[in-house]
Design a protein around this ligand. Structure first.
Ligand code: SF4
Length: 293
């Protein structure tokens, strides 16, 4: 591709027409001038659609139990080194009250995949948070049945976060041996069908993740027509089978953020604590300047 065309294609609407191969080429880009153009474009798009305000979400991580055993995750059920906790329903409500006092507009109720909390527990809690506190409620509690999603929605839940993690079926199977790719995407379809605002996303830097599959992830963000995209970093956790496995590199990580933002212009890219990766040069503030809000 001509240099001129490449730079032009990074601009606005055109960015939606990238092919997978073009994305792979761009993700490999090492020319600092080219990278800096993309960097600025991602930040321009963020500014145009989201402005310079910081929207803060109050995340209540109410349980760190999980019934799954994903190879990369510290919450996996086989990790017996972690101190587990579960908050009671009243404690979760009190935390939401605190969020209200602190002027948050949204609370995110987040946990591992923990069947301890039934729909009968969570639906009244969602209802009372909506009614008494007038807070938007986002759920991030992983895979549930259609009926449960329906009842949470009926109780007033507004948004659902469910990452697909990787769109590569083989990588998904290897890293999430007791989950299925089909079920994960079925859940995403269900929450969209039920009218939730839906957030999803991936992990960058996974072992054996190819640039092709990273490019496919970015195309999937568009295809799924998401309301929010969350991009996480693979950071090897010491109490998992991937302990000591090097991440595939944070140059690619930040490139991924830039492209994610550039290709999905109107979709918010939240910046979360995971972005505070300690490793220079891509930890801390850098990803914030690559487009996410
Ligand atoms: S389902 Fe989510 S929380 Fe549970 S082990 Fe897998 S990645 Fe971790």
């Amino acid at each position: 591709m001509e240099e001129k065309n490449r730079s032009e294609k990074w601009r606005g609407e055109e960015a939606n027409k990238f092919t997978r191969d073009e994305l792979v080429n761009f993700l490999c880009e090492r020319d600092p001038d080219e990278n800096s153009l993309l960097y600025m474009e991602a930040d321009r798009i963020r500014k145009m659609y989201m402005g310079d305000e910081v929207h803060i979400r109050g995340v209540i991580e109410f349980s760190n139990y999980c019934k799954r055993d994903c190879l990369y995750c510290g919450l996996r059920k086989s990790n017996d080194q972690i101190v587990r906790y579960r908050m009671g329903l009243e404690g979760i409500y009190r935390a939401a009250e605190e969020a209200k006092k602190l002027n948050f507009k949204t609370v995110v109720l987040q946990s591992g995949e923990d069947p301890h909390y039934s729909v009968e527990d969570l639906s009244p809690l969602i209802r009372i948070i909506r009614m008494n506190l007038n807070l938007a409620v986002t759920l991030s509690i992983l895979e549930r049945s259609f009926e449960e999603y329906r009842r949470f929605r009926e109780a007033g839940a507004d948004r659902y976060l469910l990452k697909f993690e990787t769109c590569s079926p083989s990588l998904f199977k290897r890293l999430k041996p007791d989950s299925t790719y089909t079920e994960r995407f079925r859940c995403l379809e269900w929450v969209q069908e039920l009218g939730y605002q839906v957030g999803s996303g991936n992990i960058i830097g996974l072992p054996e993740q190819s640039l092709e599959s990273l490019a496919e992830d970015i195309l999937f963000f568009q295809k799924l027509n998401l309301d929010m995209v969350g991009i996480g970093s693979f950071i090897p956790h010491p109490n998992t089978p991937l302990k000591g496995t090097p991440s595939r590199g944070f140059g690619g990580h930040v490139q991924g953020h830039r492209f994610g933002q550039t290709c999905n212009a109107q979709c918010p890219y939240p910046c979360h604590h995971g972005r505070g990766h300690p490793s220079p040069p891509w930890g801390g503030r850098k990803p914030l300047l690559a487009g996410p809000m």
